[in-house]
Design a protein around this ligand. Structure first.
Ligand SMILES: Cc1cc2nc3c(=O)[nH]c(=O)nc-3n(C[C@H](O)[C@H](O)[C@H](O)COP(=O)(O)OP(=O)(O)OC[C@H]3O[C@@H](n4cnc5c(N)ncnc54)[C@H](O)[C@@H]3O)c2cc1C
Length: 214
């Protein structure tokens, strides 16, 4: 039977490895971290959330909640890890980012048909010249030789991805004489950290999802 090579053990690659492996197909999962990090990733964990730790709404009253429930019913490794490592976040599903990534890593690495190959993939030649199936799941920060290889395949001059990383606010950095916890949408969990009105009467709001109520 053909093997499936997957380049990248991010969200897409980890889920693909899990789903393919459980169907009895041999998976070879290539991941360059932690040897080589991207500008946004900081660990060697699979499916590392690079910015927000929120997977948005948990309820079934909107599309993002329904999509997550559909993933659960399809035995998604991303969803099972998220459910096991979730933290209070009102109406949203948010995870402890370290525990989440570690849980996905452990689950995928222990899948019976997954062989993990550490290291950066720089050429697609050996995959394209074989009978095996290739999934490129190297994510929006793909660069260097792999990016050049993809450009050769797709024929495009460039590919682009624009995003920004939101700052993570830690408890230690907050002056609680000037800020207080409250629930943004009145759903009970203390995820919002609101600044008291300043002299000008304005109220600043910012998210502090890693911060637990004191
Ligand atoms: C700065 C920034 C902020 C973001 N903020 C958010 C957010 O708040 N919420 C959100 O939902 N999405 C956010 N995103 C988008 C986020 O990247 C995707 O949601 C998610 O990570 C995409 O999953 P993926 O599997 O496609 O890519 P990734 O999760 O990036 O996984 C790709 C994997 O491939 C590996 N890899 C790359 N090149 C190679 C190679 N040559 N050889 C071997 N391995 C390789 C990488 O190390 C990585 O592990 C953000 C992205 C960026 C860049």
């Amino acid at each position: 039977m053909k093997k499936v090579h997957i380049i990248g053990a991010g969200f897409a690659g980890a889920e693909a490895a899990h789903q393919i492996s459980k169907r009895g197909v041999e998976v070879v999962l290539h991941e360059m971290r932690p040897e080589k990090l991207t500008p946004a990733h900081k660990t060697g964990n699979f499916a590392e959330p690079v910015c927000s730790n929120s997977f948005r709404a948990a309820g079934l009253a909107n599309a993002v909640g329904v999509l997550k429930e559909e993933m659960r019913r399809l035995d998604s490794v991303i969803m099972s890890a998220a459910d096991e490592t979730k933290i209070p976040a009102g109406g949203a599903l948010a995870v402890d980012r370290e525990k989440f990534g570690a849980t996905v890593t452990e689950k995928v690495k222990s899948s019976p048909n997954v062989k993990f190959v550490p290291g950066e993939v720089e050429s697609l030649e050996e995959f394209l010249n074989s009978e095996d199936i290739l999934i490129i799941a190297s994510g929006p920060l793909t660069e260097g030789k792999l990016a050049d290889e993809i450009k050769k395949l797709t024929g495009g001059d460039e590919f682009y991805f624009y995003d920004a990383a939101a700052p993570i606010v830690t408890c230690e950095s907050v002056n609680f004489d000037k800020a207080f916890f409250s629930s943004r949408y009145g759903k009970g969990a203390e995820i919002g950290l609101h600044k008291l009105p300043d002299d000008g009467g304005r109220i600043f709001k910012f998210s502090a999802r890693t911060c637990q109520r004191r």
